[in-house]
Ligand binder design. Structure first.
Ligand code: F6P
Length: 547
């Protein structure tokens, strides 16, 4: 039996139908305590979820849904190291990487907490060697630039966290990122760097990722072309991987390999040595503060009752819209320039985790799972895509995210940013009636017919849901709490849908087909025998590249 066949799901369906006349504007007028009732705080975060299409009954049913799915027990199963990633027979323990309780965590009879601490110690030493100039390149010069090569979780986490924490950078080295197999990027980045003072961090959990392997080969050749010898490579290449054997075989010096483990999912890996670029940017202490924030959110997630549990609240609201209002997407709107990468980060986290078709019992789901995650920084979106949020027929739940204190001195401008953020949540919620639109136009001398026509155009239905997430400053600690909040939200939704949030089988077929097509695009290309469309695309490529 899937979750959609349970009595609580049926009760939610019936309850949803009873809300057809519900309007948030009236709900706020009827209940002066609504904002206080539906606001929760933890770990420096305040989540105002009062502008959601919920009543006390909705909330009571959603909590029943959580209990029906044994959400609390499943949460403990993850933290204790049970192999909840069943299709890959793996534990899910990114939380162990930030577990400052230092309690033993046993996986397959081994205390992994010790392994984690050993790698963290190695990271710490590495960062201090690079920063104090004792890590020397092949010409005896200290390192000035770091090139991080990786993709997906081995790229987005480090890049986006470092970008978000720009004011906290130590600026001892400059970190550059290359992910795509599109070699325009690596060509352009290498053009700016000096091989003698550049260190490459190759990040690949699997050590099989085409993009990362090929970009690393290009970078290695670039070093050799500069005059370095094969034995110099160890001075310029380190690697983070769970596939230590493949990394050694590739030629990475064993002492330059930072291990990670199969119980860390790629999209949850910034807490492992994949986070090295962050530590190089912030210094190890800054990186540790990020981990501490995540650890505090982990404890909150494990300890707080559902009605105060931030990840559970966000998860239940998301399920409410996806499954009972047919919401297809969820928008993230950070009102903070440095957090502009957050939507892309959460996009991988959520869509790769919960974009699934099968339950843990190997049945096909007959309800929607994971939303399309998208977004962008405020206020830019207001002048672009917010129109569709305000007036289209779609329902797009939104998270507005705002640090209350800016990192710059232009306080009036920060007030404008905040005013825009609050105004958007308000406009989505209250909307504008036709009468209000008419009243605005009344004095402008329009004819009755024009007034009627324009009031339809200007009508804004309102009743559009949003959460507002506030905190004081975007410190490394606070960012850690935010990322862990979204990680656990995604996990909770996966539990409710009965799916495995920690595998990603859907990405494999494209990789296999890509490898089959590749030989047909080379100089010695043989006749392709795929479908007619693919054959035609290959032909066009060959024609365009014929010399
Ligand atoms: O192809 C998807 C994926 O496996 C992601 O899950 C992962 O974050 C990314 O590719 C990179 O993988 P790796 O770190 O193994 O190179």
């Amino acid at each position: 039996m899937t979750i959609a066949n349970t009595p609580v799901w049926q009760a939610l369906t019936t309850h949803r139908a009873s809300l057809d006349g519900f309007h948030l504007k009236n709900a706020f007028q009827d209940d002066p305590n609504r904002a206080a009732t539906y606001t929760a705080t933890a770990c420096g975060l305040t989540v105002d979820y009062s502008k959601n299409l919920i009543t006390d009954e909705t909330w009571s049913l959603l909590k029943q849904l959580a209990n029906q799915c044994n959400l609390v027990e499943k949460c403990q199963a993850m933290f204790s190291g049970q192999k909840i990633n069943t299709s890959e027979d793996r534990a899910v323990l990114h939380t162990a990487l930030r577990d400052f309780s230092r309690q033993p965590i046993i996986v397959d009879g081994k205390n992994i907490a010790e392994d984690v601490q050993a790698v963290q110690e190695k990271m710490k030493q590495f960062v201090s060697q690079v920063h104090d100039g004792t890590w020397l390149g092949y010409q005896g010069q200290p390192i000035k630039d770091v090139l991080s090569i990786g993709i997906g979780g081995s790229f987005l986490g480090p890049k986006i966290m470092s970008e978000a924490l720009l004011p906290y950078r130590e600026n001892k080295v400059k970190v550059h990122y290359v992910a795509n197999v599109d070699a325009h990027h690596i060509r352009d980045v290498l053009a700016k760097l000096d091989p003698a003072t550049t260190l490459v961090i190759m990040s690949s959990k699997s050590f099989t990722t085409q993009e990362t392997l090929n970009n690393t080969l290009i970078a290695k050749q670039w070093l050799l072309d500069d005059g370095a010898t094969q034995s110099d490579v160890a001075k310029h290449f380190v690697c983070v991987s769970s596939n230590v054997a493949a990394a050694s075989e590739f030629g990475i010096a064993p002492e330059n390999i930072f291990p990670m483990w199969d119980w860390v999912g790629g999209r949850y890996s910034l807490w492992s040595a994949i986070g090295l670029p962050i530590a190089l940017d912030l210094g190890y202490e800054g990186y540790e503060a990020l981990l501490r924030g995540a650890y505090d959110m982990d404890r909150h997630f494990q300890e707080a009752p559902i009605s105060q549990n931030l990840p559970m609240i966000l998860a239940l609201l998301g399920v409410w819209y996806i499954n009972f209002f047919d919401a297809e997407s969820h928008v993230l709107l950070p009102y903070y320039h440095y957090l502009r990468g957050l939507p892309a980060y959460v996009q991988q986290l959520d869509m790769e985790s919960n974009g699934k078709q099968a339950t843990l019992d190997n049945a096909y789901v007959d309800y929607a799972t994971g939303p399309v995650i998208w977004g962008g920084e405020g206020t830019n979106g207001q002048h672009a895509f917010h129109q569709l949020m305000h007036q289209s027929q779609r329902i797009i739940p939104a998270d507005f995210i705002l640090p209350l204190v800016a990192d710059h001195q232009y306080s009036e401008q920060h007030a404008m940013l905040a005013a825009n953020c609050f105004a958007q949540t308000q406009a989505l919620m209250v909307g504008k009636t036709e009468e209000e639109a008419k009243a605005e136009l009344q004095d402008k001398g329009f004819t009755k017919a024009t007034l009627a026509a324009l009031s339809v155009q200007k009508f804004m239905p309102g009743n559009k849901p949003s959460n507002t997430i506030l905190f004081d400053k975007l410190t490394p600690y606070q960012l850690g709490t935010i990322i862990a909040l979204y990680e656990h939200k995604v996990f909770c939704q996966g539990v409710i849908w009965g799916i495995n949030s920690f595998d990603q089988w859907g990405v494999e077929l494209g990789k296999v087909l890509g490898n089959q097509i590749l030989p047909h695009l080379g100089k010695e290309a043989s006749q392709a025998n795929f479908d007619a469309s693919t054959n035609q695309l290959i032909q066009r490529f060959l024609t365009a590249n014929r010399t």
